[in-house]
Every structure is written in C-alpha cells, then in structure tokens.
Write a protein that binds this ligand. Structure first.
Ligand SMILES: Cc1cc2nc3c(=O)[nH]c(=O)nc-3n(C[C@H](O)[C@H](O)[C@H](O)COP(=O)(O)OP(=O)(O)OC[C@H]3O[C@@H](n4cnc5c(N)ncnc54)[C@H](O)[C@@H]3O)c2cc1C
Length: 122
C-alpha cells in the first residue's frame, strides 16, 4: 500500500503462498505507537482497524495459580488475525493492488510469470 501511495502508477501485486481466508494465528495486539505510525502511513486502513479492534489500556497476566490485573499505560487494539487480513486485503483491492493467493514464489524467475501460470502450478 505504501508503494502504491508513493508511486500511484505502479502495478503492484501481492503474491501469497496461502489461500485467501487462512491465518495460522488467532489474534494480535497492535500497540499505541505502532497504531500511530499506521495512521500516518494509511489513515483509511487505520480507521477500519480501530473500528474493528477491542481497545484497552489494561492488561491481565494470567498464570495457572493467579491472575494479575494491570491498569493504565499505553493502549492497544486487539483484533483477530483473519479480520486484520480482511481489512488490509480490502484496502489493497480498493487501491487497485492485485492479490494473488496460492502463489508461492520459489525462484526470482517465477516473479515474471503471468496469472495463468500461478493457476496452473498453485
Ligand atoms: C506467536 C506470535 C505472536 C505475535 N503477536 C504479535 C502481537 O500481538 N502484536 C504485534 O504487533 N506483532 C505480533 N507478532 C509479530 C507479527 O506477527 C509480525 O511482526 C508480522 O506478522 C510481520 O509481518 P510481515 O508481513 O513482515 O510477515 P508475515 O506476517 O509473516 O507475512 C509474510 C507472508 O508471506 C508469505 N510467504 C512467505 N514465503 C512466501 C513465498 N515463498 N511465496 C509466497 N508467499 C510467501 C507468508 O505465507 C505470509 O503470509 C507476533 C508474532 C508471532 C509469531
């Protein structure tokens, strides 16, 4: 998205080895500082992320024997990894960035292959 932002005429394509809608993690917390950088880099995606996240300044450290509640500090936004990917994918597609799934890159030569090649080998 940053490349497209700075070079609007560039033909940007993301090649992802996994199918769409796959994540091998469950959730992520985006910290205050990272979110601030994100807002500066791409305000529309930031707004979508913030809306979809659970925002809190508190922490709970859980241990089998006890839980510790920590109040205050910097805030963080918790979001499921799949939702995060959906938001980023949507932002890319709205900006004309192509997303190719099931497209594992094993050699540099493969980067020059057209879409039909990925469908054949994916
Ligand atoms: C257990 C765990 C918990 C974490 N928790 C947090 C957290 O709470 N907050 C936080 O800010 N960060 C967290 N992180 C760190 C965060 O996940 C990473 O910093 C972030 O995902 C890195 O993004 P990336 O795009 O550089 O790499 P990735 O998210 O790893 O993306 C790389 C993508 O490239 C694809 N790919 C790789 N090789 C190829 C290939 N040859 N061909 C095609 N596609 C390929 C992969 O399938 C993957 O989808 C956590 C990390 C882990 C492991």
């Amino acid at each position: 998205m940053l490349m497209k932002k700075h070079f609007a005429a560039a033909d940007v394509c993301v090649l992802e080895q996994n199918p769409r809608g796959i994540s091998y993690g469950f959730g992520i917390v985006l910290a205050e500082r990272g979110l601030r950088c994100f807002r500066k880099a791409h305000a529309a995606s930031y707004e979508a992320l913030i809306t979809a996240s659970f925002i809190s300044r508190n922490r709970v450290i859980s241990h089998p024997d006890e839980s510790l509640f920590i109040e205050g500090g910097g805030y963080g936004g918790a979001i499921s990894r799949l939702r995060l990917l959906e938001i980023l994918e949507g932002s890319c597609e709205r900006e004309g960035i192509r997303l190719e799934f099931n497209a594992r890159v094993d050699t540099l030569e493969a980067l020059t292959m057209p879409t039909w090649w990925w469908a054949r080998t994916g």
